[in-house]
Design a protein around this ligand. Structure first.
Ligand SMILES: [Zn+2]
Length: 1153
């Protein structure tokens, strides 16, 4: 162990590792020098369009640049060059310029004694006057008017000004583009995204028809675009004209699954007679006369308007041969659904029989296999199966205009895709809690029968739109919040005051508790406390309590938290310009740390560490003229070499911090160090927080697999051959338990770890992410980071991550009323017992999904209650409790369950369940289990709720009619069914991301939003109506935007008008469009403005800055884009929507027979 308390007392950079053996081959996994970086999966972080140097000129790949094995490299060269740089602050680089060339620009090394460095009060660095630093000069970056609004407001993030991606930067892109955009020498973007072109061949067959016919403008053969047509599907038709309407409301029947004509009048042949009976399409759902549905109708007002009446769903599309409303299938329709395997991943425009389609479903039990001989039959019309777009649009028009008022028990909220306002009248907003069902079966038998998972997706610190009120903070003084004596539930609107208000009966456990004298209040004639509306905890679904000291660790109020920035300064990080970029950004960003309410400045203290195979701590005490560095090279036993001066107030130490951030990039400019440590970095942050007795967050910027000798050292164990074997699960598991133990220590201290990864090869996200995951942190990954193309995205992520609302040392518990209890939890957290979800940090984007099981019978009258209580430390160090309450209905009829489900939430749960499953089971097992569970859900509905009809019909519950299409998207996602181009790290990354996603995020992640840009109205603020994710919906004369929460694609058809191309890209022809753009050019015309505003609007809605990728039709990169056309058959073997729907139908029928 050696520490240099003062730099001049010893080597400033600790131990020059004399035994250093030079570059170790394994860092790069022993890969040959590839012309194309291996499998950069672009979907998530991947194709770096600007990546144009497959073989970087300097020392990037093993055989180049670096000293070969065995030739000792003196680290002294690295360290000795520090001092001059360190001192020469006047030589500070242009703020956002590219990094200096790795080899050149080396400053004279060794001269100018480093002894000057660290001479506390000696003026060697920037004269103090050089950095007067009031409020930062960089504040221009932030739009004016960025008043200290609560951090929980989205607008806060928007205020951080637009990225400096303006004209100048663009010209850089353009300059770079000419090099590689068209030649094959540079890795083509498509190759980056989807691996070497050799991975494409199997695809080419299936996509052979990519050409003209598929891109025939939709309107040409359809008459009207599908989106403008009520293109749903007939719901379960009433068997007889007098059939209670309610039955229809519940169901959706897919016409392609029609029974033979001989069926009992329910099948297609019976359509005509029934067409007269249904209500007009637009008629709002009436009360349900004679409905057997239990439960007071008044308690379900919202569902009445949510599902559209069935008749609106009848196939309205005019295209032959499925013409007309309720058009009966042709008599030749086979008894079984006449669908076939798709040959080309998409549907052509032909709606008629397509002889090329083989492998008819009934005859091909091995679903998904190669098609057999093509029996001539008609394929299922994609327009006749449930359309996500239609459902989304219907919900928007039905429910988007009125506020969602939470006063009534068991209301199903509008979909996450609908913009609506929430009025809290006693239940938590759906922004905080969404449930898979708002009507819970009374018994566990019923729940088991239905197989519908009972789960809540909870986002305790969710950001609210500015129009909605943040939870009120209630201060009960020293006595603290009022709670039930037995179950400790917090006072809430559902507690019953009795005996004139002297006692209250717990709504969760029924225990009666005395009302504390200071809390006593009289009741009015209805039994309500007269102060009901004055107290948030009596009248609102969500509120906060100020916690007393009893709720604090060691019975001591917490100190304000700290942020520690820990920057990898190894060769890769320095060379890519990352280190300089981070330091420049921090100079301004530190003025935007989260602050409480109206506080003038943030209470958060900051600290700085850099590292490679040793750690450098910095003393930035305000009294110093220059920062001091302390090196800890004994990484095996990490400790913090300084206490005083490590964590500081930004304003007080502004000058010293600025000086440090200026000097760090210079200090390491000539580093040759490629080996880095990782676990000691976390340990260092943890120890620093321990020493300061506070919670906090580590922001670690890290580039590669930690192979340096140290605790938590890892080896490259990536092995794609394990895919589809029983050992595949090991790819998702950490390779050592070391990080699990470290995570536990971090949680105990309230040390949350956010990880920004910049890998150029495998770095084992599954292992590195363990601590992040278990401490409630976030991982960001920028594969093949390139300054030009990726800095915007990274900086936006960093800004948002630093500024966003976050709670520390959090513990969440979900209490439930008698009869159900929380049994399982999904998300980024740690659990040391079965009830408490612990998170070192919990930010406004993090979601926890909780599953419930019965432990007793529920009662229809009393319903079921949830109370989520989150104890946390605010960014100012205030200990608080945030409470969310939600009341649900209970039912004895399965139909009521199926009527009040929410498919988006169900998918959120199922995806998380499956993504956890891959840790222990082969992915095929996981996929099969998912399919089976959903088949059971739908079969149970069919058996118990749908009107009797032929088995040939597929009948789906109205509010679950999108379950098959969404489930299919989960099944073929990269975690569960990876294509050859997806890296192990990508899968681990996605797996962790999804686990913390809320419902809106999973919705768009699994079923991306596809917007036709040509239809964008340049005069309005609205987005164009989305279209379905299928290649057949694309016209080669149009441009489209697709977003999934991580990426934004702009797809350009080959026949797009020149004028539009000019307007959007500023070039005169299709061929000149660069697909290496990472931002759209800023052009002064309405179309450009509109598209850029759409992009900005989408960026603001997401918790991460999405990567913009330009895709030209028939370009190689298009393969990547097609991966997101999720209704089509996928390259990795994932089924098309139509195929999958048929498969589900078959599964359901098997269950029913
Ligand atoms: Zn209780």
């Amino acid at each position: 162990m050696s520490v240099n308390q003062q730099a001049h007392t010893g080597p400033p950079y600790g131990q020059p590792q004399p035994g250093y053996q030079g570059y170790q081959q394994p860092v790069y996994g022993g890969q040959p020098l590839p012309g194309v970086p291996q499998s950069q999966y672009g979907a998530y972080n991947g194709p770096m369009p600007g990546y144009q140097q497959p073989v970087p000129p300097q020392g990037y790949f093993p055989s180049l640049g670096f000293p070969s094995k065995g030739s000792p490299v003196s680290l002294n060269s690295d360290t000795s060059s520090l001092a001059p740089n360190f001192i020469g602050s006047s030589r500070a680089p242009p703020t956002s310029g590219p990094p200096p060339p790795a080899s050149g620009a080396s400053l004279p090394s060794g001269h100018l004694a480093y002894s000057q460095f660290g001479h506390g009060d000696v003026q060697n660095g920037i004269p103090a006057s050089a950095a007067p630093m009031q409020r930062p000069p960089a504040s221009q970056l932030f739009l004016p008017g960025s008043a200290p609004t609560p951090v929980s407001q989205t607008s806060t993030f928007q205020q951080y000004g637009p990225p400096p991606a303006s004209v100048q930067q663009l010209s850089n892109h353009m300059a770079g583009m000419t090099v590689g955009s068209t030649t094959a020498s540079a890795p083509p973007p498509a190759g980056l995204g989807y691996g070497p072109p050799t991975s494409v061949p199997p695809v080419s067959g299936s996509f052979s028809a990519t050409g003209s016919s598929l891109y025939t403008p939709y309107t040409a053969s359809q008459g009207s675009p599908p989106t403008s047509v009520s293109q749903g599907l007939p719901l379960a038709q009433p068997p007889f004209p007098g059939q209670p309407v309610s039955t229809q409301r519940l169901s959706t029947q897919v016409p392609g699954f029609a029974p033979p004509p001989s069926s009992t009048g329910i099948g297609p042949s019976s359509y005509p007679p029934t067409t007269g009976a249904p209500r007009p399409p637009t008629m709002p759902g009436p009360p349900l006369p004679g409905q057997t549905v239990a439960g007071p109708p008044t308690s379900q007002p919202n569902h009445v308007s949510s599902p559209p009446p069935p008749t609106t769903m009848s196939g309205l599309h005019p295209g032959p041969p499925m013409s007309g409303l309720h058009g009966p299938p042709p008599p030749t329709h086979p008894p079984q659904p006449g669908y076939q395997m798709q040959q080309n991943g998409s549907f052509g425009q032909m709606r008629g029989p397509q002889p090329n389609y083989g492998g008819a479903y009934p005859g091909t039990p091995n679903y998904g296999s190669q098609p057999g001989p093509p029996p001539p039959s008609k394929r299922l019309d994609p327009d006749s199966i449930p359309s996500p777009i239609q459902v989304i649009e219907d919900d928007r028009s039905n429910r988007g205009s009125e506020p969602f008022v939470t006063g009534v028990r068991g209301q199903v909220p509008p979909l996450v895709t609908t913009n609506f306002l929430v009025k809290d009248q006693g239940n938590a907003s759906p922004r905080y809690i969404r449930c898979t069902s708002y009507n819970i079966p009374c018994t566990s038998d019923m729940a088991k029968q239905s197989q519908v998972p009972l789960a809540a997706v909870i986002k305790p610190l969710a950001t609210l739109p500015p129009e909605e009120t943040l939870p009120y903070l209630v201060d009960h003084g020293e006595s603290g919040p009022v709670r039930c004596n037995r179950c400790k539930a917090y006072m809430c609107p559902f507690m019953q005051f009795i005996e004139g208000g002297r006692r209250f009966q717990c709504c969760f456990c029924s225990c009666v508790t005395e009302v504390p004298p200071q809390y006593f209040q009289h009741l009015d004639h209805t039994g309500k406390r007269v102060d009901f509306y004055d107290r948030p905890e009596l009248s609102l679904g969500s509120y906060e309590f100020l916690a007393t000291v009893d709720y604090c660790k060691n019975n001591k109020f917490p100190s304000p938290p700290a942020f520690i920035f820990m920057i990898d300064v190894s060769y890769n990080a320095v060379k890519s310009g990352l280190v300089r970029l981070i330091c420049e950004e921090l100079k301004s960003l530190l003025d935007y740390l989260p602050r409480e309410g109206n506080m003038e400045e943030s209470a958060i203290r900051v600290g700085f560490v850099t590292y490679n195979k040793v750690l450098h701590f910095y003393n930035v005490k305000s009294s110093l003229a220059q920062p001091q560095m302390m090196v800890v090279s004994d990484v095996a036993d990490m400790f913090v070499p300084l206490l005083d001066g490590f964590l500081v107030n930004v304003n007080e130490s502004r000058t010293v911090i600025a000086s440090l951030l200026d000097q760090i990039p210079e200090m390491f400019a000539d580093t040759r160090e490629t080996e880095i440590v990782f676990a000691p970095v976390i340990q260092a942050g943890l120890e620093a927080l321990k020493a300061a007795e506070c919670a906090g967050k580590l922001f670690i910027f890290h580039t590669s697999l930690p192979i340096a000798e140290a605790p938590g050292k890892l080896k490259n164990r990536d092995d794609k051959k394990l895919i589809n074997t029983d050992k595949e699960k090991t790819l998702f598991q950490p390779q050592t338990s070391f990080y699990n133990n470290l995570a536990k220590d971090c949680v105990a201290q309230g040390c949350c770890v956010d990880l920004f990864l910049f890998p150029n090869q495998y770095l084992d996200v599954a292992t590195l992410g363990v601590v992040t995951y278990q401490t409630g942190g976030s991982i960001y990954k920028y594969a093949y980071f390139q300054l030009e193309t990726d800095q915007d995205r990274f900086l936006n992520d960093l800004r948002r991550d630093v500024q966003k609302e976050v709670g520390f040392d959090a513990v969440m518990r979900v209490r439930t009323s008698t009869g159900i209890r929380a049994t399982d939890f999904f998300g980024a957290f740690y659990m040391s017992n079965t009830t408490d979800v612990e998170m070192a940090g919990l930010d406004c984007d993090k979601t926890i999904t909780v599953e419930f099981k019965h432990d007793d019978k529920l009662n229809e009258d009393s319903g079921a209650l949830l109370q989520c209580a989150l104890l946390y430390t605010s960014c100012a160090g205030q200990r608080r409790l945030r409470i969310h309450n939600l009341s649900l209905n209970c039912c004895t009829q399965l139909a009521d369950l199926y009527r009040n489900c929410e498919t988006d939430t169900l998918i959120n749960y199922l995806a998380k369940y499956a993504y956890r499953g891959v840790l222990g089971s082969p992915v095929k097992t996981v996929r099969d289990a998912l399919i089976n569970q959903c088949a059971q859900i739908l079969a149970c509905y069919r058996k118990n709720c749908a009107s009797p009809s032929s088995a040939g019909q597929l009948i789906l519950p109205e509010c679950m009619k999108l379950l098959p299409v969404y489930l299919n998207c989960v099944l073929k996602s990269d975690v569960l069914q990876p294509g050859p181009e997806v890296t192990t790290d990508d899968r681990a990354y996605i797996r962790q991301l999804v686990t913390s996603m809320d419902v809106a995020e999973t919705n768009v992640f699994f079923y991306p939003r596809l917007l036709p840009l040509n239809k964008a109205d340049v005069d309005s603020d609205s987005l164009p109506a989305a279209i379905r994710n299928s290649e057949e919906r694309l016209s080669k004369g149009d441009m489209y935007l697709l977003e999934n929460g991580l990426n934004i694609f702009v797809w350009v058809g080959v026949n797009v008008q020149q004028g539009l191309i000019q307007n959007l890209f500023g070039v005169s022809s299709f061929s000149q469009i660069s697909n290496t753009l990472s931002t759209l050019p800023v052009l002064e015309n309405p179309f450009s403005k509109k598209v850029r505003s759409i992009v900005d609007m989408l960026q603001v809605q997401r918790s991460r800055h999405m990567k913009l990728i330009i895709v030209k039709q028939e370009d190689k990169l298009e393969m990547l884009f097609k991966h997101f056309l999720v209704e089509d058959k996928s390259l990795s073997g994932g089924a098309s929507y139509v195929d999958f729907l048929c498969h589900m139908h078959k599964e359901i029928r098997q269950l029913l027979s």
